[in-house]
Design a protein around this ligand. Structure first.
Ligand SMILES: [Zn+2]
Length: 548
């Protein structure tokens, strides 16, 4: 809807009530600009220290949020009657004993010399014959299996990184978005389940004809000095992995694949064309001797979860989740990464929606289904809090009707000319052109949920259904993603990137509170519809679908 309509609504507001911008869900009007602003100035204050995972600042934020939930009379939805769901984040450093010998390519090599250990694998050793398995992907939802019926028991499996059709918008592998199945640790787990002794990754030479610099690659993977922020994964994921994994150079891989009678490039073309998976290719006598030592470290993670129980005995086991993440990027010297928009905005939005439910309940208006208010930890580290929740859900995922995710709802999308790599895939646009707009992502997975949101838009917002198939990979860059991957209809309310994104300039004074208030009201309105409707939205199947 055009901005002129907003102006009309605002002038009418003075004359008659109710005016534009009001929802009909009970409690909706308790969501106010003044409260959102006050809360965000607290949450995104320097005293929270940028809310890095495992930090005192983030603990302080978690306590502050849980105290609000408690004061609103909401029930704890976390572990053992608390508002908290705890989990382990894992990160790794290089151990002392790492060595690789490739048959026909000289003696034992130290890391940095044509190879480096992968943190997707475990500490361990493997020696013996090598086989090749395309991209090493198994994705039954796409009828795709790079192993076919072949056994890889006891073998070291060489595979390409990434996935087929990586730059093809029509690829069944989520178009130009990177699929879950192509993640390193998932490939290692699949190989392990098929009996592999180890995994070797090699660059997708056909699609990525870069030059290898192994000293730099190794230093990047395993820096001599600790990083300001480590690379985390879920402890619960890394617990599953028992075999070692490593990255090797295209040159070493070329030596290994010689026995197949093909070059790596030829195998790349074959793998790219194999629409149901390549199948395992024997590499004759090619063999390696690999030993990997990596040390695991742990940092605690904490989701903050509250709920209001549904009133309908038939439906109260089903849940609608309104979520956002509270972690951000900490401090760097004098600079505080306050993360006001990312994602202080969504966090205080969840708190405001929680308050609306609390007010409504006090007036006797309860939702039929249960509504959960979820503040995820470690989003910035790889959506890890939300991923953990989907591993250990507190309500059955089959009974989870929808996830409404708010992440960066406080600014106007702004893509400057020559904005650089972080705006990759996004069209140049001004903040003014988006002054009344927000993006809904996930619509291609769940058109019905997107429709519910559009129908609930009594707030004069322009809703853009775009970016589900965009090179920016935005679709998989927030906490709705693990829910979509686990069969739960989910959408992401996201105003868009801007030049202050992930900089110390993401501060609460730069937030557009008037628009943000209408977005939170829209999320609340849609959640009320979802919590009370007889039916529930479905998730469209996996595989190719329109993603304009
Ligand atoms: Zn975020």
């Amino acid at each position: 809807m055009a901005r002129s309509t907003v102006a009309l609504c605002l002038s009418l507001l003075a004359l008659l009530l109710p005016a534009c911008g009001d929802g009909s869900a009970p409690g909706n009007r308790s969501i106010t600009q003044s409260q959102l602003s006050a809360d965000l100035h607290t949450l995104a204050h320097d005293s929270m220290g940028g809310r890095l995972v495992g930090s005192e600042g983030l603990n302080k934020a978690s306590s502050w949020i849980s105290e609000r939930f408690e004061s609103l009379g909401l029930e704890p939805a976390g572990d053992a009657g608390t508002y908290f769901q705890s989990f382990d984040l894992a990160w790794f450093s290089l151990g002392a004993d790492n060595q690789l010998t490739v048959s026909g390519a000289g003696g034992a090599r130290a890391p940095g010399h044509g190879w480096t250990p992968s943190n997707a694998g475990a500490t361990g050793a493997a020696a013996g014959r090598v086989v090749f398995a395309g991209y090493g992907i198994v994705e039954p939802r796409l009828d795709y299996d790079d192993y076919g019926d072949e056994s890889v028991r006891g073998r070291v499996v060489l595979m390409f990184e990434r996935e087929p059709g990586v730059a093809d918008p029509a690829s069944p592998f989520d178009g130009v978005v990177t699929t879950e199945a192509s993640r390193e640790w998932r490939k290692v787990l699949v190989a392990q389940e098929r009996g592999a002794a180890a995994v070797l990754f090699v660059r997708d030479v056909h699609a990525r004809p870069d030059v290898d610099d192994w000293a730099a690659a190794h230093e990047n993977a395993w820096p001599a000095e600790p990083r300001r922020i480590e690379r985390f994964t879920l402890g619960a994921w890394s617990d599953k992995i028992t075999i070692p994994a490593a990255w090797i150079s295209a040159e070493l891989a070329e030596t290994l694949v010689r026995g197949s009678g093909r070059t790596l490039e030829e195998l790349g073309i074959e793998a790219e064309r194999a629409t149901n998976g390549l199948g395992v290719i024997d590499l004759g006598a090619a063999a390696v001797d690999l030993s990997v030592a990596i040390d695991r470290h742990t940092t605690p993670g904490t989701n903050v979860l509250a709920m209001i129980e549904g009133s309908d005995p038939e439906l109260r086991d089903e849940v609608v989740i309104i979520g956002a993440h509270h972690d951000h990027n900490g401090t760097d010297g004098e600079d505080v990464y306050n993360g006001a928009d990312d994602d202080g905005s969504g966090t205080v939005g969840v708190m405001a929606a929680a308050q609306a439910y609390s007010r409504a309940a006090a007036a006797g208006d309860l939702p039929r289904r249960t509504v959960m208010f979820a503040i995820w930890d470690a989003e910035e580290r790889g959506l890890l809090g939300a991923w953990y929740y989907t591993l250990r859900p507190l309500f059955r995922l089959e009974g989870t009707v929808a996830n409404l995710n708010m992440d960066m709802i406080g600014r106007h999308e702004e893509v400057p000319p020559e904005g650089g790599g972080r705006f990759r895939g996004l069209e140049v646009q001004s903040a003014e052109s988006n002054a009344n707009a927000t993006n809904i992502l996930g619509y291609s997975y769940t058109p019905e949920l997107a429709q519910t949101v559009q129908d609930a838009n009594r707030f004069d917002l322009e809703l853009h259904l775009r970016y589900d198939n965009n090179e920016s990979n935005l679709l998989r860059r927030s906490d709705h993603w693990p829910f979509l991957q686990n069969g739960v209809p989910a959408v992401w309310f996201h105003n868009g990137l801007h030049p202050d994104y992930h900089t110390p300039n993401d501060t609460p004074d730069r937030i557009e509170y008037e628009k943000m208030t209408r977005i939170v009201r829209l999320v609340h309105e849609a959640s009320w519809t979802l919590a009370n409707a007889d039916g529930r939205p479905t998730l469209a199947g996996f595989g190719p679908k329109p993603r304009s």
